[in-house]
Design a protein around this ligand. Structure first.
Ligand code: HEM
Length: 400
């Protein structure tokens, strides 16, 4: 059986700064690998189909490479080290199962429904700030402030703290970006220290005065007689903050871009927002995943589809490829059958998926009900697919 390193694979560098927008799309679409399922990237192999992607996300023999990245960059003490070791994404087995059993009930579809009303209030506030002519950068006006306001409400934090939460989330997230780790580590460390301190105070406050929020729910969470201690609570709150801001921001911005580029789909959405807003959300998550690659490292030798992956092999699982269905179109009327990998799969499947869906559904339904038309008012400024694939700006003209 050949070793993965012995295969003649097409190459693709997802960290190439030139990759964005239509260039990124063309490069991804043009990639057809070994027997259609494997390509070579700068750090390891790229898995290109759904079945193999799910296999590597679900196997116990591969884990998220967060601890390995930390070691490579010499992060062996201090707040960032503590954060990496305690990050739920780097915890596996029984310890992970225990944390998920305690946190999952606070983020079920029903549990997140309680935040829908406040989401609508935020959207109305943001819309009222758009100038009368309707010209705005959708990212600055909606996509960026909306998730941090939502996460503040979810945590029971003062809404005035939303910009600070955005700042911390953005910086702490850079631990997954090699370039930032090399050049900006001190600022990442500082953000972790500041947020830990902030979270400690918030948790102490919620212990004294519980509310109808996620932290109060996590404080009260009990599974088989077991509870979260303060350190676990603080790390979970951090994981939820860091996981829940740039992601929802980027996915919502892409949804609106896709609609602004397709007036027919926008009209359809407006004809029946209750039916079509959830479909816009699902189709965006499928068609333009903002987490195009999820990483794994093998902890033991794995054989898959006649290829041997030695222990220590790095794999990038491409949700972008796994999610494709012919014809390759964004179509909110299409009946889709397959599972998408945008939220991952297996034990680390995104704990915030229900919250992200609710936020996006509310955002899209609100726009469809309050805005007659959305047109691009300039070229979108795309980010790069290394990490979270977002939009830097999205100039639009809203018609009222
Ligand atoms: C469209 C929005 C989002 C996308 C596309 C997304 C994507 C993902 C993916 C791909 C993973 C799995 C990573 C892996 O297995 O390596 C993940 C895990 C996670 N996400 Fe999300 N996410 C989104 C929104 C959120 C939100 C709103 C929150 C917070 C409420 C959140 C919190 C987390 C956490 C804490 C994990 C780790 C779960 C674990 O290790 O068990 N995410 N997310």
């Amino acid at each position: 059986m050949p070793l993965v390193a012995e295969l003649d694979l097409p190459t693709f560098d997802h960290t190439d700064p030139a990759l964005s927008g239509s260039g990124y799309r063309a490069a991804m679409a043009g990639l057809s690998g070994y027997d259609g399922w494997l390509a070579a990237g700068p750090f390891g192999s790229i898995v290109l189909d759904r079945e193999s992607g799910e296999f590597f996300l679900r196997t116990k023999d591969a884990v998220f490479p967060g601890l390995t990245i930390g070691q490579l960059f010499g992060i062996d003490d201090g707040p960032l080290h503590q954060e990496i070791v305690n990050n739920i994404i780097n915890i596996n087995g029984d310890d992970h199962r225990r944390l998920r059993n305690l946190v999952n009930p606070a983020l079920t579809p029903r549990a997140v429904d309680r935040y829908r009303l406040v989401m609508r209030e935020f959207l109305a506030q943001l819309l009222s700030a758009v100038p009368a002519g309707g010209r705005c950068d959708f990212v600055e006006a909606f996509a960026k402030p909306y998730p941090s306001l939502t996460i503040a409400a979810v945590m029971g934090a003062p809404l005035a703290d939303a910009p600070r939460l955005h700042h911390w989330s953005n910086w702490i997230q850079r631990q997954f970006d090699a370039t930032s780790l090399m050049s900006e580590r001190e600022l990442i460390e500082q953000a972790v220290t500041e947020f830990y301190d902030y979270a400690d105070r918030l948790i102490a406050n919620r212990r004294r005065t519980p509310g109808d929020d996620l932290i109060s729910a996590l404080i009260q969470a009990v599974h088989e007689g077991d509870r979260l201690n303060d350190a676990e609570l603080r790390d979970l709150v951090l994981n939820i903050l860091v996981g829940g801001v740039d992601t929802s921001q980027s996915q919502l911005a892409h949804a609106v871009r896709l609609l602004a580029e397709r007036p027919g789909q926008w009209e359809l959405l407006r004809s029946d927002p209750v039916t079509y807003a959830p479909r816009v959300v699902e189709e965006t998550i499928r068609f333009e995943p903002i987490t195009p690659f999820t990483a794994r490292i093998t902890v033991t030798e794995i054989e898959h589809r006649g290829v041997t992956f030695p222990a220590g092999s790095i794999l990038l699982i491409s949700a972008w490829h796994a999610n494709r269905e012919p014809p390759d179109e964004f179509d909110i009327t299409a009946q889709r059958s397959g599972r998408v990998l945008t939220f991952g799969a297996g034990i680390h499947y995104c704990v915030g998926a229900n919250l992200a869906r609710a936020e996006m559904q509310e955002g899209i339904a609100f726009l469809a009900q309050r805005v007659e038309s959305i047109e691009l008012d300039g070229e979108p400024d795309y980010g790069t697919p290394s990490g979270i694939y977002g939009l830097e700006s999205l100039p639009v003209r809203l018609g009222f």
